[in-house]
Design a protein around this ligand. Structure first.
Ligand SMILES: Nc1ncnc2c1ncn2[C@@H]1O[C@H](COP(=O)(O)OP(=O)(O)OP(=O)(O)O)[C@@H](O)[C@H]1O
Ligand SMILES: [Mg+2]
Length: 402
């Protein structure tokens, strides 16, 4: 049975994804409650009720659900026990099972490879000795990522081929290497990690698929994503990709959504390698930064689609109405905490500003994004970069175009 407009949607997490989901839900006529540890979380000002509690507060997750008709999430670090407790009061979409698979990198990568999905070489490690052995086995540059808790490149380290722990030089013999591995392991919190071979990337893309509880599917065209320092910098929708790559990426996303029986959204981050192979980087069962352009490019934004999917309404059209680009606004653009001259950016035709209502700007923190539309995605990116140049000039930052 659809959960009709007028009902109440609960969101575990009140960050920017929760805020934009709440806004879309309100447009559709829903009331929105959310749970977040931060009393000033971005969603707060657009909620009917905000429960301030930690993401592992099982009792408060149940309390949220007790006042809602359906519960979803916007962040993976909520406790699966909280989802189980919430499910006693209202349907929880995605389910605790899907979250448990996705929220741990080691479990996720293991599941993907066991189920025949394409992933790059990786090893899960639980001690610094295993870490040392794994970096040796990778035989070159690699990424070491903690299994839980990382995002935007946090909780991970990139080891260059030269500095890798099996190079035998500079670290003072085997004892030195062991110490190096131990300190690396400790710097990631001394917890289970995944060691991945650093892949030779041609491009990065993502695919968003929505699946409703009654099994309806809607898949968006892939987005092309550009990262700087492991953080998403810009994204184009539709991604200018070959028909073959597009077809393959869409098929992977559909197979995953059906295989996992996801209820809500599933985003698949993919690597296109220089040798033409397409490998899965990671999954997210929620709205995603790389589909923010869907708000201006598509007939149905990812946020409205999330609401439609979890409420079992008909899914919206994924048609591209006009190509678009987004550029993330990080705290770096706030000079000494002062906001940049947004009016200068908004003068550029087709450019829009999306701010998340975060009070404190810190380097690397996602504060908002710029979006732009154009006749082509590339043209939209030029407009967004022009707008960004006007903002970053004030902060004395290098011009975009990296
Ligand atoms: N094995 C790899 N080979 C090459 N590049 C990689 C690899 N792993 C990660 N990267 C680079 O680092 C970026 C971030 O990695 P990943 O998606 O694992 O981290 P994250 O912290 O979950 O990021 P986000 O929260 O933005 O998705 C990737 O998009 C890619 O640019
Ligand atoms: Mg990622």
């Amino acid at each position: 049975m659809p959960i009709a407009p007028g009902s109440t949607l609960g969101i575990l997490g009140g960050g920017q994804l929760g805020r934009m989901t709440a806004l879309a839900a309100r447009t559709l006529g829903y009331k929105v409650h959310a749970l977040d540890p931060d009393p000033d979380c971005p969603a707060r000002s657009v909620l009917d009720r905000c429960i301030v509690a930690s993401f592992d507060d099982v009792a408060q997750a149940a309390e949220l659900a007790s006042q809602c008709d359906v519960v979803t999430l916007e962040i993976e670090k909520v406790a699966t026990d909280g989802l189980v407790a919430a499910a006693r009061f209202a349907p929880v979409r995605p389910s605790a099972d899907v979250l448990a698979m996705v929220q741990d990198r080691g479990v996720q990568k293991g599941w993907l490879s066991r189920n025949g999905f394409p992933v790059g070489p990786f090893r899960e490690v639980a001690t610094s000795e295993q870490l040392l052995e794994a970096t040796r086995a990778m035989g070159g540059a690699c990424f070491v990522k903690s299994c839980v808790g990382g995002y935007d490149g946090r909780g991970q380290l990139r080891l260059s081929g030269d500095a890798r722990l099996d190079d035998g030089g500079g670290a003072g013999g085997t004892g030195g290497l062991e110490r190096e591995a131990a300190s690396l392991f400790a710097s990631l919190g001394g917890q289970r990690c995944v060691v991945e071979q650093a892949l030779d990337l041609e491009a990065e893309l993502s695919v968003l698929v929505a699946r409703s509880p009654s099994g309806k599917l809607a898949v968006y065209p892939p987005a092309l994503n550009h990262h700087v320092d492991q953080i998403l910098d810009w994204s184009l929708l539709p991604g200018p990709l070959s028909a073959a790559v597009t077809g393959q990426a869409v098929q992977i996303a559909l197979d995953l959504a059906v295989g996992l029986r996801v209820e809500g959204l599933l985003v698949v981050e993919l690597f296109l390698l220089k040798d033409g192979r397409l490998l899965i980087n990671e999954l997210a069962p929620r709205p995603h930064n790389s589909y923010h352009a869907s708000e201006v490019a598509c007939a149905t934004s990812q946020f409205e689609q999330a609401v439609r999917a979890v409420c079992d309404l008909p899914l919206g059209s994924v048609e591209i109405v006009r190509p678009a680009a987004i550029l993330n606004l990080l705290g770096d653009v706030w000079l000494d905490g002062a906001p940049p001259p947004f009016e200068a950016a908004l003068e550029i035709p087709g450019v829009r500003l999306h701010l998340y209502g975060k009070r404190v700007a810190r380097p690397g923190r996602k504060m908002g994004h710029l979006s732009a539309t154009g006749r082509t995605p590339e043209e939209a990116l030029v407009a967004a970069k022009l707008a960004m140049a006007r903002l970053s000039a004030q902060a004395g930052l290098p011009l975009p175009g990296r």
